[in-house]
Write a protein that binds this ligand. Structure first.
Ligand SMILES: [Zn+2]
Length: 299
């Protein structure tokens, strides 16, 4: 049975880097944010983690050959995808899935075929899907043919808000992540944390919560723990020093532009928010994210 490690949580929580590190293990494949691949495939200039344009990437071409039609988008698929993406906090989609009335069967079937084709092409046993959002997680969990493990990455919402105030430019492609207002980031953080705790956790074959802060402070320890969580041996080949990684290209489809970086990099805690976030924005974020923030230990 194929294992899918679904990375859940807010954006800017270190998921792109963690997925890339995990993807260096021989039986693990990092494919990025898979849930929306049908939309991004059609966007001109959209690049794969390997640097090639997505439509030209040899890996994704092989996947399309292994399962003809699996990457072709149609209006119905795109509409279902948009609906799944909007299911951020409400239990509506969760209840519909439990009752078998979600109308997402065609989408789920396509995603299952895509997972199968990825396994065939990569020979991997574990797929890292860093889609992060709760809606797609609920759909993935409903697939009986998969062993679904959810790793919920948390990060201090004040750091996430500060991170979103800086636009991140993509050095190799036309796409970048736009800046977002702290209050909106805080509300999204809260909604996603609650949905992941209450809806996603309930359906996962296995669930684990980990903080960005701990990952950034002791990366090798955390990576070994996550490898154990997905049934892989300890000792990621990514590490060339206790906190230094050398990452080979993965075929991740969308995520933080950091995924294009090829050089040796040091995994370290980014807590610049303490100096960057102005007091008003900080108070706004703290007010909106209480009490989940305190439950996670972000005092
Ligand atoms: Zn690629």
């Amino acid at each position: 049975m194929t294992t899918v490690l679904y990375l859940a949580g807010a954006g800017r929580s270190g998921s792109t880097l963690l997925a890339s590190i995990l993807g260096q293990s021989p039986s693990v494949v990092d494919v990025g944010e898979l849930w929306k691949i049908w939309r991004v495939m059609g966007e001109p200039g959209r690049r794969c983690g390997c640097g090639a344009e997505l439509v030209d990437c040899p890996f994704w071409r092989s996947v399309a050959e292994a399962s003809p039609g699996v990457l072709e988008a149609d209006p119905e698929l795109l509409a279902t995808m948009a609906r799944i993406g909007r299911a951020r906090g409400s239990g509506g989609l969760w209840a519909q899935l439990r009752l078998g009335r979600s109308g997402t069967e065609a989408y789920a079937d396509r995603l299952r075929r895509l997972y199968e084709a990825i396994v065939e092409v990569s020979s991997a046993r574990v797929i890292i899907d860093s889609s992060k959002m709760p809606g797609p997680a609920m759909v993935v969990e409903s697939m009986d043919a998969l062993d679904v493990r959810v790793l919920h990455l948390t990060r201090d919402p004040r750091a996430v808000a500060a991170s979103w105030t800086n636009r991140k430019d993509d050095p190799n492609g036309a796409h970048h992540l736009e800046a977002r207002e702290p209050g909106a980031v805080a509300r999204a953080w809260m909604t996603r944390a609650l949905a992941t705790e209450t809806l996603v956790r309930a359906g996962a074959d296995a669930y684990r919560r980990e903080s960005y802060e701990r990952f950034a402070t002791e990366p090798e320890v955390v990576v070994d723990e996550v490898l154990a969580f997905i049934g892989e041996p300890a000792g990621s080949p990514a590490f060339v020093g206790p906190s230094t990684v050398l990452l080979e290209a993965t075929h991740s489809t969308g995520g933080n532009p950091g995924r294009f970086e090829r050089q040796e990099r040091i995994v370290s805690l980014d807590d610049r928010w303490r100096g960057e976030l102005d007091p008003g924005a900080r108070r706004t974020v703290e007010r909106i994210t209480t009490p989940m923030r305190q439950i996670y230990g972000y005092r």
